[in-house]
Ligand binder design. Structure first.
Ligand code: ADP
Ligand code: UDP
Length: 236
């Protein structure tokens, strides 16, 4: 497959393919946190995130939730539908953690009585600020109908992933999604991985996600591998 570099982000590289409707995504081991201030690498992260994302996209297919994933090409690459990404990061939260715990003054780990959906403006230079539907409308980031669809899918995805992960003894604390438009339809894009979700062991509350890197907790690679293992029964 001929591939032409199109974009290099913090965690992935995106390539154009011969097919104008499809892109190739390469998952890197690079890790960043705090809006790029902290930089490092996590051994084999690219392989784990490619495989974990593949697993979750396949799970969403079974539940009829539309997404960009077409197929895994190799350990680090997947083929996806090309999207016009909406510059909105959608965060779904079941348990207070991270920036929400700080913002509302709750201790991390306290269960939210109802699910919280947040929207952030995807703009690195601005540090991805929290926004709402009015900002989105005023800035023309998406239509009100698109926001409605995004929130509906985000809540459905939360139900599917939370229920599945519970059986694997993983608590889905919160996660971030990105959506885009493909042939006029809003569908899920990007990745679903320990980079973009908070996963806690149900019994020990051990963190199995990027917080191990953000907070220098050690055993970062092992945590990503453990998530892959619980999902697939495979360690690589
Ligand atoms: P960032 O851009 O935040 O550093 P990544 O390193 O993950 O993030 O880069 C991947 C980029 O590809 C992101 O900007 C993401 O919005 C974009 N992207 C993800 N899926 C698709 C898709 N199907 N079509 C087009 N762009 C996509
Ligand atoms: N998240 C992400 N990318 C971002 C910001 C957040 O994937 O640019 C994910 C993060 O991994 C967590 C959830 O979104 O699962 C909520 O993150 P939070 O707002 O608490 O951010 P923090 O400041 O703690 O990273």
């Amino acid at each position: 497959m001929t591939k032409k570099p199109m974009y290099e982000g913090k965690a992935k590289q995106v390539f154009a393919t011969e097919n104008p409707d499809e892109l190739l995504v390469y998952f890197k081991d690079d890790a960043t946190a705090f809006n790029g201030e902290k930089k490092g690498t996590i051994g084999n992260k690219g392989v784990f995130n490619n495989k974990i994302s593949t697993f979750f996209f396949n799970l969403l297919s079974e539940k009829g939730i539309p997404h960009h994933f077409i197929k895994m090409l190799n350990d680090r690459e997947m083929l996806v539908k090309k999207l016009a990404i909406l510059p909105i990061e959608v965060v779904v939260r079941n348990i207070a953690a991270g920036s929400l715990a700080k913002r509302i003054g709750w201790e991390e780990g306290r269960k939210l009585p109802s699910t919280v959906v947040e929207l952030y403006y995807k703009d690195d230079a601005l540090g991805d600020p929290l926004i709402n539907q009015y900002h989105i409308k005023a800035l023309g980031l998406a239509t009100p109908e698109q926001v409605e669809i995004i929130e509906k899918y985000a809540l459905q995805i939360n139900e599917v992933l939370s229920a599945f992960l519970k059986e694997k003894k993983i608590e889905l604390i919160d996660f971030k999604l990105e959506f885009g438009v493909h042939k006029g339809e809003v569908i899920l894009g990007d990745e679903i991985s320990p980079d973009t979700c908070r996963f806690w062991d149900s019994e020990t509350s051990q963190k199995l996600d990027k917080d191990r890197f953000r907070r220098d907790l050690g055993n970062v690679e092992e945590a990503y591998q453990e998530v892959l293992y619980r999902l697939t029964g495979r360690r690589n």
